[in-house]
Design a protein around this ligand. Structure first.
Ligand SMILES: [Zn+2]
Length: 372
């Protein structure tokens, strides 16, 4: 039986239907329209409907981490985000020895096969020691194509993205191997200069890993990674809009400079949705105080504790139009990662939806046509 949902406002997100309706058949969107449905009373109605959120940079949540070989633990983290509206989650792994990463990818690939995760992201180990953030210095590695091949194999087609600091020894060898394997290259945790960043984009890099964080700040004569990645129309820039990693004016600036290619990410760690306390990110001890996660020894920021829905509210509060903020959490990340049936409400798309109240809080989540 088809389900007819009506809302005062629907963000498809390319269009805003006020009011509008969505018809769901099984696991997919069967029809969508503006105004009132011509023949039927809706089965359910709400204030605002949007596509299920797409979070492409997540380390954990609900007390559980993706840096694990326990499928149960990883599923717990994925479910914590799903309940909060992120119906598509790309699991991110922090730096670890290659054999450990291979085992973790193999475990997470099972969850991708089961549809619990939308794909996998390697955030290391090919990162700059000086801009490593919470990544364990001992686990950073020089670039090596054989390691890339091993990890790509372990992920069984589910490795969608890898973050690379292009300036490290073997950085461009890694970029080439990733491009050859059809894995998106993201530039991040990097000390690259302007020319090296430009070279990385020429070599195929298409994503900026949490722009501004984990790289030198923008300098007007030496634009470096921030300037190059923000200015290049072929690059999608991740922004952590948790109210901690970036100031509101920085969010507003980036949203304007990279209009249509901003991808909000939570960068959430296991303490997301949990009380303050002690956690681990990979092998790094992390302390969360007042909702801010920091490496216990160095004080460096160690990922976020907020979900992507909170990021929409933060971006909107920074002065970004609501439609743009929702697009940055749905259609843009889905397109950047090639998740063609996600992040948009169109005929044939996955029936993944979130209902939002007037305060933009998630009130209900539909995954594959089923309310959660
Ligand atoms: Zn991260």
């Amino acid at each position: 039986m088809d389900t007819l949902l009506a809302a005062d406002r629907i963000f498809t997100p390319e269009e805003i239907l006020e009011p509008g309706w969505v018809e769901v058949a099984g696991t997919t969107v069967k029809a969508i329209g503006s105004g009132h449905h011509p023949h039927r009373e809706p089965d359910w109605r709400t204030t605002t409907l949007a596509p299920g959120l797409v979070d492409t940079h997540v380390h954990g949540g609900g007390g559980a981490s993706f840096s694990t070989t326990s499928g149960d633990e990883a599923a717990l983290a994925a479910m914590a985000h799903q309940r909060a509206g992120s119906t598509s989650v790309i699991a991110s792994l922090v730096s670890a020895p290659i054999p450990v990463l291979a085992d973790q990818l193999a475990c997470l690939a099972d969850l991708c096969d089961d549809g619990i995760l939308a794909g996998l992201h390697l955030e290391g180990p090919w990162l700059s020691p000086t801009h490593r953030g919470a990544h364990d210095l001992r686990h950073l590695a020089r670039g090596n194509a054989a390691a890339v091949d091993r990890l790509v194999q372990a992920a069984r087609g589910h490795l969608r993205m890898a973050t690379v600091a292009p300036e490290i020894l073997g950085g461009f060898e890694v970029i080439k191997a990733l491009v050859d394997a059809d894995v998106l290259v993201a530039v991040g945790h990097t000390a690259a200069d302007t020319a090296t960043t430009e070279e990385a984009v020429e070599a195929g890099a298409r994503i900026a890993t949490h722009l501004f964080n984990g790289m030198p700040p923008l300098h007007h004569r030496f634009p470096g990674p921030v300037g190059v990645l923000l200015a290049n129309p072929s690059v999608t820039v991740e922004l952590i809009a948790d109210g901690v990693h970036l100031a509101p004016a920085t969010l507003a600036l980036a949203a304007r400079a990279a209009a249509g290619r901003v991808s909000l990410v939570s960068d959430a760690m296991s303490g997301c949705g949990q009380p303050d306390g002690r956690y681990v990110l990979g092998s790094t001890p992390v302390t969360v105080v007042d909702g801010v996660a920091r490496v216990t020894s160095s004080g460096a920021l160690a990922g976020g504790t907020r979900t992507l829905a909170h990021g929409i509210r933060t971006l909107y509060a920074a002065g970004v139009p609501l439609a743009d903020a929702i697009t940055a959490a749905t259609a843009t990340p889905a397109r950047a990662l090639g998740l063609w049936r996600r992040g948009r409400l169109v005929v044939g798309a996955n029936a993944d939806l979130v209902a939002l109240d007037d305060d933009l809080a998630v009130t209900r989540v539909m995954v594959n046509g089923t309310w959660r």
